[in-house]
Unconditional design. Structure first.
Length: 619
């Protein structure tokens, strides 16, 4: 068996690859979706035994190892994969990065990192994380991972090796920055990409780079569990479906790694289209800041001259908006997902190491810290100098913003709290990834009621929804595609409808009379908050295409604005009779929109950009 070894990276030039003469056998596992004691776990054991008998040179696992990314699932699948008698290399998929109870930390703890690099005599193999990151959206390669990839590919030791890339998402539409990734790979003469996500063996064209999608453990394409076997022979790749105890038979795909004819008849993805920006000349970006990392938090305007946000490298930064200068910054371990909130003096947020932190807004000095024990992803809300915030996956907190003292703590939760709570006169309402919506007494933290949709599927939970309250009712939309109205005082269900394709994006009008939702199929709707049945006041085809970005809908008296997973902001009139304007500042998920005193929009994009947008309805 060929010896594999890791490579240290330095920034040097890279020349074109020479054709490979080495022969390798690679077992490709992807989309195995294991949970403890499941049929998938038993099938994986059978497949691992078959791989050990086949003795390939190594195994690659390109994501979706689990169903929900829970710690128990990750440990269960690693226990099975560790039965392999050959080296294996793993990266996460969207099921590990979207719902992870550890916010991705457990994967890195078990496998050492969420990316890898190794070489053989003639080949350079590189794998990296493609997200998404703790919310629905397209895949995304983090800015820091792109920089790492550049360093790897510029390593002089790799210049004569044939480059093969591993990723979970196909390097095409569905990965929001695929053009940047593919452009970089083409500069370095990438000859093959292995991916998953589609659950079937398929040859793809990534803008001129051959892509081979591997089958899932249990695939609709085949009648039995199995895996993909890749043979690299004499500058060609042969792809087989391999099922335990069966011969491999003829290859499903045969391709040359060095002939442009291999994939020239296959379609390629359309590049992002920004032409909409020229259609609305009254919309202007008047402030733009580009971070060196990706951004998963929304912007926090302490006041019009101070902007605070967190990035994927764990930095929380205070920025002077007049000149974009960094006034202060602090770094915490792991990416930041919790959007900072403020009482104008203290900025508060959580981190993935299980801390809720208060910083002095003027200088970034740490004022207080509350250890909660599990990753804090939620955005809080501040009222009367008190912070209400989900504290990871077991508790909800009310904290004094001045000194960090815990006023009360509710411990009856069994799932990550990810969304922002909503406050009424006497109640605080929030959802969790344990299937439940909670209503607590604001003064004491005592539970007033809990509600769930009656479905046992955890991924249908209102875990990343910001509810709204009006007319004595709580309104939510959730991944089960239902909009629901619940009586605030009792928790009794008032109505529930699946008429519209809602998901996790909603808002409310300034007067509380209209509840808004961005649908998954082009439209924005308004529902009456006053009726005891679901009355649609208006629905407008906003031309936003298919979307499942959970960014909340924002509104003023005259307009309603929603944002998508591909960077499009759409504003419609408050009566729903026309589209007012659109703007597409980027191609990644918009995390959050906030407005300033003049009605300008401040937005953050996952690709590491913060913007202030002036529009016709702002001052």
């Amino acid at each position: 068996m060929r010896v594999l070894f890791f490579v240290f990276v330095s920034v040097v030039a890279f020349s074109a690859c020479k054709p490979a003469s080495e022969s390798l056998s690679i077992a490709h596992l992807t989309d195995i979706h294991v949970s403890p004691g499941s049929e998938a776990e038993a099938n994986l054991i059978e497949v691992i035994d078959d791989i050990n008998a086949a003795k390939p040179d190594f195994v690659v696992v390109t994501g979706d190892l689990t169903n929900t990314g829970s710690n128990a699932e990750l440990m269960a699948v690693k226990k099975v994969l560790d039965r392999l008698n050959v080296p294996y290399y793993a990266i996460p998929g969207n099921h590990e990065t979207n719902w992870s109870e550890s916010a991705g930390l457990k994967f890195n703890e078990l496998w050492g990192n969420d990316r890898f690099i190794f070489t053989t005599d003639d080949f350079l193999f590189v794998g990296f994380n493609t997200g998404p990151y703790m919310k629905m959206g397209d895949g995304h390669v983090k800015q820091e991972d792109l920089k790492w990839l550049k360093r790897v590919l510029n390593n002089l030791e790799n210049k004569d090796k044939t480059l093969v890339i591993m990723a979970h998402y196909p390097l095409a539409e569905g990965l929001d920055n695929w053009t940047h990734v593919v452009g970089l790979l083409k500069e370095h003469d990438c000859r093959l990409t292995l991916c998953g996500h589609g659950h079937r063996i398929k040859l793809l064209n990534f803008d001129g780079i051959p892509g081979v999608m591997g089958r899932s453990l249990s695939s609709p394409q085949f009648d039995a569990p199995g895996y993909t076997l890749l043979e690299l022979r004499n500058d060609s790749a042969l792809i087989f479906n391999k099922q335990p105890s069966e011969d491999i038979g003829d290859p499903i795909i045969s391709l040359s790694l060095f002939s442009p004819d291999t994939i020239k008849t296959l379609p390629i993805s359309s590049r992002p289209n920004y032409s909409v920006n020229s259609q609305y000349p009254g919309v202007e970006v008047v402030f733009e800041l580009r971070d060196t990392a990706s951004i998963f938090t929304g912007p926090c305007l302490v006041h019009d001259s101070l902007l605070v946000y967190g990035n994927s490298l764990g930095y929380v930064k205070g920025v002077r908006t007049s000149d974009k200068s960094i006034l202060w910054e602090r770094r915490y371990e792991g990416a930041l997902f919790s959007t900072p909130v403020t009482n104008k003096k203290v900025v508060a947020f959580g981190n993935v190491r299980g801390e809720i932190i208060g910083l002095d807004a003027k200088n970034g000095r740490e004022v207080w810290k509350v250890n909660v024990g599990t990753p804090v992803l939620a955005e809080g809300i501040v009222e009367d100098n008190a912070l209400y915030i989900g504290g990871g996956q077991t508790a909800f907190y009310k904290i004094d913003m001045s000194d960090g003292s815990v006023i009360w703590r509710y411990d009856g939760i069994d799932g990550l709290v990810q969304g922002k709570p909503v406050l009424a006169d006497k109640e605080v309402v929030f959802g969790a990834w344990d299937r439940h919506l909670y209503c607590l007494d604001k003064d004491t933290g005592a539970v007033q009621w809990t509600w769930n949709n009656g479905n046992s599927v955890q991924l249908f939970s209102p875990g990343n929804v910001k509810p709204v309250i009006s007319q004595g009712k709580v309104f939510i939309v959730a991944p089960d595609r239902f909009m629901t109205a619940i009586e605030l005082k009792t928790g009794k269900e008032v109505w529930r409808t699946q008429k519209h394709q809602v998901r996790e994006s909603m808002g409310i009008s300034p007067d509380g009379m209209q509840v808004y939702a961005k649908l998954m199929n082009d439209s924005i709707i308004a529902i009456s908050s006053r009726t005891f049945f679901p009355k649609t006041l208006w629905a407008i085809d906003a031309g936003i295409e298919y979307d499942h970005n959970p960014c909340p809908v924002v509104s003023k008296d005259a307009w309603v604005a929603a944002a998508t997973k591909n960077g499009l902001i759409t504003a419609v009139s408050a009566n729903g009779n026309k589209v007012l304007w659109k703007h597409k500042p980027g191609n990644s998920s918009i995390n959050k929109i906030v407005t300033d005193s003049q009605g300008h929009l401040w937005v953050s994009l996952m690709e590491g950009r913060l913007l202030k947008i002036k529009h016709p309805m702002s001052k």
